[in-house]
Ligand binder design. Structure first.
Ligand code: CS2
Length: 498
């Protein structure tokens, strides 16, 4: 049995080629950031940038208060470790390295420690509230506005003592902030959504507008004046941590780490430069500030996330376990490559100085990282929340350009086949992990492509109204789905490997 990672145990470690202990040099800052949704992604992305920024300029104001969103697990993992956790970096071409991060100074259970959370959100030392609550965490209705029919949203609006939703917690905290001085604050979304900052700003406004007038008015005025909601594009592939990862980390430190996360070497963060107050020196850690993040978001959501989801559904159907396995399948590789090149790139305005072809090739190369073991079913999760920005919007954009985006259509068909079949070609069960699982379950077991298409295209929150009304596109989707339901991958004959 090994000892568990914490400050005392880590004191015996020494840095070397495989192990870095940046928190010793950066120090552990006082809390300046509240992060809602302290999952693996945040710990391998923003937290690392934040610690690197502190290393670069010695500013000690940016410790992170991480807030658990749906369960207190991360608190149980990090609490006993003084917030320390490892980031295990794995690549097929470079040696594995481990970094012990000290960026997280405190972990609060969003469910059980509401008062502390609202105090943190109100504190004058808190200059940033950041979010990774996943697509479904925003609770949007089909029209993109706050879903006030959601029982938890309704309870939060009615003044639940312990708000349960991210927006409910955020607004209650902002209310307390206004009451206790109203200093400016930046709310920064780091989820994979188009113009995520505008999305959060809109939802916060919807929430406020639904409050009684005397409560709503001063809040809305203050928000307009002192609170900003920049958008950002985030990128780093961070799969679920496995026992093998934990063993690899233990081999380096001799310590058990319940909070370990695993990530690829690549990371990118592009942030709209619209801060209400001070911020960490993130640019010194490699983050990019820009006036317009839109081209970066479109590039990443479509070239990366769109192809990721497509590979995940097609891969899972074919019995591939991981994305690396899927992309090693020559047919799926050719599909992903052409999806990126033919269908996605024409819909994306290239960000300044970025070569989209090279970016797309780099994405495909990142997928070949076999040491990450990123499973297809993990990426397949929450398809109803991911499809709109990853596949539906680009399909419409391509059609608007007069194109026939067959490979995007194939990605959508693959999702439908995944939902309807519920198992791989080899018969293995494929989990339907999705907030709309009950509704989607209506087509489970059906092998009638026409019926599945008609039923699922009726989901306006996923497909909107425009795309389902395009007759030729609908017919093409049906054809592709028919082949998938029969166990084939359509169009592969026509897809040339380049
Ligand atoms: C993935 C993303 O799980 C998924 O849906 O597509 O989490 C992806 O790994 C990240 O966005 C990469 O930055």
């Amino acid at each position: 049995v090994s000892a568990r990672l914490d400050t005392a145990a880590a004191a015996a470690l020494t840095e070397g080629p495989a192990l870095s202990l940046p928190y010793r040099r950066a120090g552990r800052g006082r809390i300046g950031i509240v992060h809602l949704g302290i999952g693996a992604f945040h710990r391998a992305h923003q937290a690392v940038y934040t610690e690197d920024a502190a290393l670069a300029d010695g500013d000690d104001r940016w410790g992170i208060c991480g807030v658990t969103q749906r369960s207190a697990t991360v608190q149980r993992q990090l609490g006993p470790q003084d917030g320390l956790y490892g980031v295990l970096q794995r690549s097929s071409t470079e040696p594995t390295t481990l970094r012990i991060s000290g960026a997280v100074g405190e972990v609060l259970d969003g469910g059980g420690q509401v008062d502390q959370l609202l105090d943190r959100l109100a504190a004058t030392d808190t200059h940033l509230v950041t979010l990774t609550v996943t697509e479904k965490g925003y609770r949007r209705a089909a029209d993109g506005r706050l879903d006030t029919a959601d029982p938890q949203v309704a309870a939060d609006l009615a003044g639940a003592a312990e708000p349960a939703t991210a927006i409910g917690r955020l607004v209650r905290g902002l209310q307390r902030r206004l009451r206790t001085g109203g200093s400016p604050v930046t709310v920064l979304s780091c989820d994979n959504l188009n113009h995520n900052g505008r999305v959060v700003a809109g939802l916060v406004q919807d929430f406020c507008a639904a409050l009684p007038g005397p409560e709503a008015e001063p809040l809305l005025a203050w928000l307009a004046d002192r609170v900003t909601f920049p958008s950002s594009m985030v990128d780093r592939i961070v799969p679920a941590t496995t026992d093998a990862d934990r063993a690899a980390a233990r081999a380096i430190t001799g310590l058990d780490d319940a909070g370990l996360v695993v990530a690829e070497p690549f990371r990118q963060w592009v942030i709209e430069d619209r801060f209400a107050g001070p911020r960490p020196a993130w640019p010194r850690a490699g983050a990019q500030l820009t006036d317009d993040v839109t081209p970066y978001e479109l590039m990443k959501l479509r070239l990366l996330n769109g192809s990721h989801s497509t590979l995940a559904y097609l891969g899972a159907l074919r019995g591939h376990r991981t994305i690396a396995d899927a992309v090693a399948d020559p047919q799926l590789h050719a599909i992903a490559e052409q999806l990126i090149r033919q269908d996605m790139i024409p819909t994306v305005p290239a960000p300044d100085g970025v070569d989209l072809l090279a970016y797309g090739d780099q994405v495909l190369h990142r997928y070949t990282n076999a040491d990450l073991r990123h499973t297809c079913v993990q990426i397949a999760m929450d398809g109803s929340q991911k499809l709109p920005q990853r596949l539906v919007a680009p399909a419409l954009a391509a059609i608007g350009l007069g194109r026939r985006p067959q490979l995007i259509t194939l990605g959508i068909a693959a999702w439908m086949a995944y939902v309807a079949l519920g198992r791989s070609a080899a018969g293995a069960a494929l989990p339907l992990d999705d907030p709309l699982a009950e509704r989607l379950g209506r087509v489970r077991g059906s092998t009638d492509a026409g019926r599945v298409v008609d039923d699922l295209l009726g989901l306006e929150s996923i497909f909107g109204r425009e795309l389902p009304e395009i007759g030729w596109w609908r017919a093409e989707l049906r054809t592709q789905l028919r082949e998938l339901l029969a166990g084939a991958v359509p169009g592969v004959g026509a897809v040339r490997a380049s």
